[in-house]
Design a protein around this ligand. Structure first.
Ligand SMILES: Cc1cc2nc3c(=O)[nH]c(=O)nc-3n(C[C@H](O)[C@H](O)[C@H](O)COP(=O)(O)O)c2cc1C
Length: 206
């Protein structure tokens, strides 16, 4: 079990609190499983800049990266391996500006590589290389202003639509969602209580 956290807010984080509750139940109900947490803000996520993007295009064209590109490609490959080693994944994902925090997009850009996450054929399109295994994902989505019943004057959800689509694209289709969207007029304590209950229930059978 790997928990990947995209909130930088530490003890103040709603998504982390919900994820930690999930993990407490998971630990109780899956005593033989190893559990690791990866805080994406801890400095271990490599950047994906000019050398890495160059390496990706080199690999895409059937070549082998060298020099700076090789170093960047190794960092991306190692990061993919860290992610792909887990067959149970828990993501905590706050809404940032209607979408996901940029550190999570950085994670996606680092690990989403040809031959690792996807293949692509000119006529038939993408293949999803993490499909067919035993992988499952649970995602904690939180926001403060936007909520499912609200109209576009409170923003739109490009958070779960984008991230859920990315997970499916990798081939991970067994996805559970745990949501905390109290909105500015809702009962935050009741919404949190419900989210924590859903987290416990989901973890039991995960
Ligand atoms: C940089 C930033 C951008 C945010 N953008 C939105 C937003 O577009 N819509 C929204 O409803 N809440 C937004 N929020 C509020 C957070 O989504 C909300 O407080 C969430 O529960 C934070 O999760 P966390 O406590 O785990 O960090 C934003 C918060 C931050 C820090």
């Amino acid at each position: 079990m790997l928990h990947i956290s995209a909130s930088p807010r530490g003890a103040a984080s709603e998504s982390l609190q919900i994820a930690n509750t999930f993990l407490e139940t998971y630990r109780d109900t899956h005593p033989d499983d190893q559990i690791a947490t990866w805080d994406l803000w801890d400095g271990t996520l490599p950047e994906f800049g000019p050398a890495a993007a160059g390496a990706k295009m080199t690999v895409f064209a059937g070549g082998t990266p060298d020099g700076e590109q090789a170093t960047a490609w190794r960092a991306a490959t190692d990061t993919f391996a860290r992610f792909a080693a887990a067959d149970r994944l828990l993501f905590s994902v706050p809404m940032w500006n209607a979408s996901v925090p940029y550190i999570l997009k950085q994670f996606i850009d680092v690990v989403s590589q040809p031959g690792m996450v996807f293949g692509v054929a000119p006529v038939t399109g993408y293949t999803h290389l993490l499909a067919g295994g035993n992988r499952r994902a649970a995602v904690v989505y939180t926001s403060a202003v936007w909520g499912p019943p609200l109209g576009p004057q409170f923003g739109r959800d490009f958070q779960s639509t984008y991230f859920g689509d990315w997970l499916s694209w990798t081939g991970i289709t067994d996805i559970s969602e745990i949501r905390y969207h109290p909105t500015l007029t809702g009962d935050a304590d009741e919404a949190r209580r419900q989210a924590l209950a859903t987290a416990r229930d989901t973890a039991k059978t995960f």
